[in-house]
Design a binder for this molecule. Structure first.
Ligand code: NIG
Ligand code: FE
Length: 410
């Protein structure tokens, strides 16, 4: 079961899925070579081939998680108690907690420590069906520590089975030493960080937290325009906590995606629909923040393509389960199972400029697949909170996900 094509699908097309019963997928050199039905396959064609029998199971493209803050040190479970008392996310940040707490821990951590933590998360993501994920820097907030984070991302991409796509997010928060002088920090991002990140080719995308009390519309735009001059593709965190107009700003600068959009306005949706900016929605963040859910149906009706992601990070969304996000999208956004599948495969790939190589089961694309312990797509959406992945195929190599306990001592 797969969406098809090499670009994001929007409107009614978001829910158009190719269903092939009794299908086979032939893989060669890490790529999908052929797709067909078993009836078309002659017995001699199987001679000498390694065969995985997926009879009775749903097979989809490998899942793509297009928005994560994977590189950090230190969890923030202490914020839960504050949150339960009603202290707001931006309030915690203003008091030097939140993102700034993680910045202190991340600065103090070595590259090796950051890599080790991220590897454990990537392992978990992979066993839940994620074969490609995006990862942002943004807990360094100075040149040295942003480069450290981006180099960890590069190394993870080389060493881990999951493909990891790098985003620079130096403009994730105004660091404590720049409080009240955000213009100076914006200058630092533009004049020192972006040129160096681009020179070292450590990132493909440039993201900014466009939010009240963080980076305003003008600052966000300046940072994204500057990145463009250096070849970094713009992305934006927009309308997460307040409706600032970040969706329209993202559309105006030609951002590949605008993310969150919890408080997006009708104007924001209209501007996005007239651009090619993809909406990356993060329902687990809404759940964790106790916030409302982004108006996904309005966006689909207006023809804005939707991708879904975890937003994995130690603050606003500590879950690494894209399956939970799929369940929430169905239940809270009222997206159909088919729209959800497109949102975590083809459209998620498009949000990180990979729709030509991953995100669908079609000849020529990378052989990244998931074999599910599920007979159909509805089953995945309905069995929320359970990992239903049976086997992950990454670049043609199959990995069984353990379903039973292994004794530690024999
Ligand atoms: O997408 N809003 C900014 N960044 C993350 C949260 C990061 C954090 O809380 O550490 C987000 O929600
Ligand atoms: Fe985020």
């Amino acid at each position: 079961m797969t969406p098809e094509g090499e670009k994001a699908r929007k409107g009614p097309e978001q829910g158009q899925i190719q269903i092939r019963e009794d299908a086979y997928v032939k893989v060669k050199d890490g790529l999908i070579d052929e797709v067909g039905t078993m009836a078309q396959l002659q017995a001699e064609q199987l001679a000498g081939e390694k065969v995985i029998d997926a009879r009775g199971s749903l097979v989809t493209p490998g899942l793509v998680d297009p928005h994560t803050h994977l590189i950090f040190a230190g969890w923030r479970q202490k914020e839960l108690a504050l949150k339960l008392k009603g202290v707001g996310y931006l309030e915690i940040l203003e008091q030097g907690g939140g993102i700034l707490n993680t910045v202190r821990n991340t600065k103090a951590a070595s590259a090796e420590q950051l890599k080790e933590l991220a590897e454990r998360i990537l392992d978990r993501m992979l066993t839940r069906g994620v074969t490609t994920c995006e990862a942002k820097s943004g807990y360094g907030l100075d040149l040295e520590n942003e480069l450290k984070s981006l180099r960890v991302i590069k190394k993870l991409n080389e060493d881990h089975l999951v493909d990891v796509v790098p985003t620079f997010m130096g403009a994730h928060a105004v660091p404590q030493e720049y409080q009240g002088r955000s213009a100076d920090f914006v200058r630092l991002v533009k004049e020192e960080m972006i040129p160096e990140v681009a020179r070292l080719r450590l990132a493909e995308f440039n993201d900014v937290f466009c939010e009240q009390g963080v980076f305003d519309l003008a600052e966000s735009k300046e940072i994204l325009e500057c990145g463009k001059e250096y070849g970094l593709i713009p992305k934006a965190h927009a309308e997460e906590i307040t409706a600032l107009g970040g969706a329209s700003m993202a559309a105006e600068v030609g951002a590949i995606s605008a993310e969150h959009l919890i408080h997006v306005t009708d104007q924001g949706i209209k501007d996005m629909s007239e651009s090619s900016t993809i909406a990356v929605l993060l329902p687990a963040t809404s759940l964790n923040l106790g916030a409302q859910f982004a108006p996904a149906r309005d966006m689909i009706a207006a023809g804005v393509p939707i991708a879904l992601s975890t937003d994995f990070n130690p603050g606003s969304c500590p879950t690494d389960s894209l399956q939970l996000v799929m369940n929430l999208a169905c239940m809270k956004y009222k997206m159909t199972p088919e729209e959800v599948l497109t949102a975590v495969t083809l459209n998620a790939a498009a949000a990180i400029k990979r729709a030509d190589s991953i995100g669908t089961i079609e000849p020529g694309k990378q052989a990244d697949l998931v074999i599910w312990d599920a007979p159909d797509l509805e089953f995945i959406m309905y069995r929320f909170g359970t990992n239903l992945v049976n086997t992950v195929v990454k670049k043609g190599q199959a990995y069984a996900v353990p379903q039973t306990l292994e004794p530690i001592f024999n």
